[in-house]
Design a protein around this ligand. Sequence first.
Ligand code: ADP
Ligand code: MG
Length: 196
Amino acid sequence: MTTIKMRAPAGAMLRATGGSIVWFTGLSGAGKTTIARSVVERLRDGGSRVELLDGDEVREHLSKGLGFSREDRDTNIARIGYVARLLARNGVVAVVAAISPYQDARDAVRRGAGGRFVEVFVRASVAACARRDVKGLYAKALAGEIAQFTGVSDPYEPPPAAEVVIDTETTSLDDSVEAVTQRLRALGFVLGVGDD
Ligand SMILES: Nc1ncnc2c1ncn2[C@@H]1O[C@H](COP(=O)(O)OP(=O)(O)O)[C@@H](O)[C@H]1O
Ligand SMILES: [Mg+2]
């Protein structure tokens, strides 16, 4: 008998097939937190266990006291990666939203994730992020008042092989979330409820 497999429509319920790490990287103001929160909501709505590790929050707790030198940034990412791994191996989808400017640090997390890792590059130009200036930091950074500000006075290494690339200057929030969830489905990390 032939069965026709229906593609779940955009916005359909999604359920995780187990733990994984979904890692959002990009400049400050690119849209990581906004998109990550929506992805978390989508997965929670489908009954999945999911946790968001947001860079800003982590720096107030787990990484309190760390600065923005390369060494401190690497330590911050290694800590987030460690926690994300613990969560993922216990069946939780660990969603991370952190600038994570260095490829080596992101790759180290990927290597520890046992293949269940999705890198999402949230791309927006420095000019666009500065126009949004969500936290008022670009004005200060561009005036030379903040040292080691990513994209202005500190490096950002774009991922050469991210599983998902989202240009938030041209992509709506809904379409951005859809790009991530479609990729999670394609990788088998989530199922549309009703899929077999
Ligand atoms: N397509 C989009 N996806 C996500 N955010 C967007 C998009 N377009 C505009 N924005 C806006 O960009 C800003 C991104 O802020 P935020 O998510 O805090 O960035 P980050 O966490 O990367 O620093 C928000 O004000 C958001 O409303
Ligand atoms: Mg953020």
